[in-house]
Design a binder for this molecule. Structure first.
Ligand code: IMP
Ligand code: MG
Length: 194
């Protein structure tokens, strides 16, 4: 992400900021409708059972805020910060948790709420770590999926939108910590020659 930070530091005006947004891929309305549908799906299938929605900061914070309000049955929320370590492209299996859950998850049906599955490596390690804590069950809900980029055998149980091999920003997703506040998901164009 160092490269992205360098790019972002060159952006001084709103116009420059907007110039990196190539096109809207998923509108605010489309996100809203998909979340309402998934919220109902979760509410129907977990009715009466203890649900814990777990999101990995920071990317999923906007999605988490909306999905938890679309779930109409009792649920709790939890947040983690995680960093995975790799030996080249191979996961060392070491995931450093810089902020952990404060619940014992063994009495919960855990739903991991992710912003985007790209290689899937971070989530793969986090999911293995959470499974080792023996939750009642564990499912993955991802806002976006880039299946063409996957490097580990991991799929989401629910994926709201599939994207091609593009870099996307907005609705919580960032480039160099910016663009998280866009209410839609957009393709991002890197480079300063815009
Ligand atoms: P993975 O471990 O390669 O699946 O990617 C993990 C994280 O990288 C995601 O949770 C995002 O925070 C970030 N990421 C991957 N692709 C994108 C993108 O297109 N835009 C913004 N962040 C991304
Ligand atoms: Mg993420």
């Amino acid at each position: 992400m160092k490269e992205d930070v360098a790019i972002m530091s060159n952006i001084k005006t709103v116009e420059e900021w907007e110039n990196h947004i190539v096109r809207v891929l998923v509108t605010e309305q489309e996100i809203k409708e998909a979340i309402a549908k998934v919220g109902k799906q979760i509410s129907d299938s977990y009715d009466g059972r203890p649900i814990l929605l777990v999101s990995i900061l920071k990317g999923a914070f906007v999605f988490m805020a909306d999905i938890c309000r679309a779930v109409t049955v009792p649920c709790e929320v939890g947040f983690m910060c995680a960093k995975s370590y790799y030996n080249g492209t191979v996961s060392t299996g070491v995931v450093k948790i810089t902020m952990d859950l404060d619940q014992d998850i063994s009495n919960y049906h855990v739903i991991v709420v992710e912003d985007i599955m790209d290689t899937g490596r971070t989530l793969y390690d986090v999911v293995n770590l959470l499974k080792a804590r023996n939750p009642l069950s564990l499912k993955i809900v991802t806002l976006l999926d880039k299946p063409c980029k996957r490097m580990v055998p991991l799929e989401a149980d629910i994926s709201l939108f599939t994207v091609d091999d593009l870099f996307v920003v907005g609705y919580g997703l960032d480039c160099g910590e910016m663009y998280r506040n866009l209410p839609y998901i957009a393709e991002y164009k890197k480079g300063s020659d815009l």
